[in-house]
Design a protein around this ligand. Structure first.
Ligand code: ZN
Length: 224
């Protein structure tokens, strides 16, 4: 119920402020900076891989990239998107992701990391599915939101410690070979922290016959 009321509130706010920056609420022209005002867009924590190296991920992950680091002013936007029904942010976040998405892979398919079942019981939406749909519209690459699914219970990642997350096995996901086999998968998530979820999804996708798996997230959490 709270979730539905929050969605109605956000919708009304969006109608009341159709052209405002989600970071600072300043009025802006519809074509400015991918949905953010120019000063907020300029302040985004772009990831300079020359300064902060890419993480060492599992060898079956063919590539990884993210446009930004998980830092201000992006961090509150991602939290609103994931936990506070700010579904309208999917368009802005997909536009940030677009430049790092491989555009000329044959047989490519966008697959979102599945949201946790426990979260979906409280939320009316899957934030990663919204992101994948927007990215598919922008890139022209098809997406499939149920080809990869979670097959084990347990707590959502945000409620686990870093050590607990590292212990999670690759068997917590299953992929449908009828959809995945022979395709080059672009696996989409909001944030990459330890890489454990990306690894588990990649193992499931490769077991189902994926030719390549390219992981893309909006933000990367640099190690402390
Ligand atoms: Zn702003």
């Amino acid at each position: 119920m709270v979730s539905a009321l929050t969605q109605i509130y956000n919708h009304l706010m969006a109608l009341a402020l159709p052209n405002s920056c989600p970071c600072c609420h300043a009025a802006l022209s519809p074509h400015h900076g991918g949905g953010l005002c120019p000063p907020c867009y300029a302040k985004l924590p772009w990831w300079n891989m020359g300064m902060i190296l890419a993480p060492q991920l599992h060898r079956l992950i063919d590539s990884y990239a993210a446009p930004c680091l998980y830092e201000l002013p992006l961090r509150p936007l991602l939290l609103q998107f994931k936990f506070s029904d700010a579904t309208h942010l999917s368009a802005i976040l997909a536009r940030l992701l677009l430049p790092v998405v491989p555009r000329h892979l044959p047989n490519s398919l966008i697959i979102p990391v599945p949201s946790h079942a426990a979260r979906l019981r409280w939320r009316t939406y899957s934030h990663t599915v919204l992101l994948a749909r927007q990215l598919s519209q922008l890139s022209g690459i098809p997406q499939h939101s149920v080809a990869l699914r979670r097959v084990q219970g347990g707590l959502p990642q945000a409620e686990l410690t870093r050590a607990q997350r590292l212990k999670l096995s690759g068997s917590s996901f299953a992929a449908n070979p009828l959809i995945i086999h022979g395709n080059n998968i672009i696996l989409i998530d909001d944030i990459l922290t330890t890489g454990t979820t990306a690894k588990a999804c990649t193992l499931a996708l490769k077991r189902a016959g994926a030719a390549q798996v390219h992981v893309r997230t909006v933000a990367y959490t640099r190690p402390e």
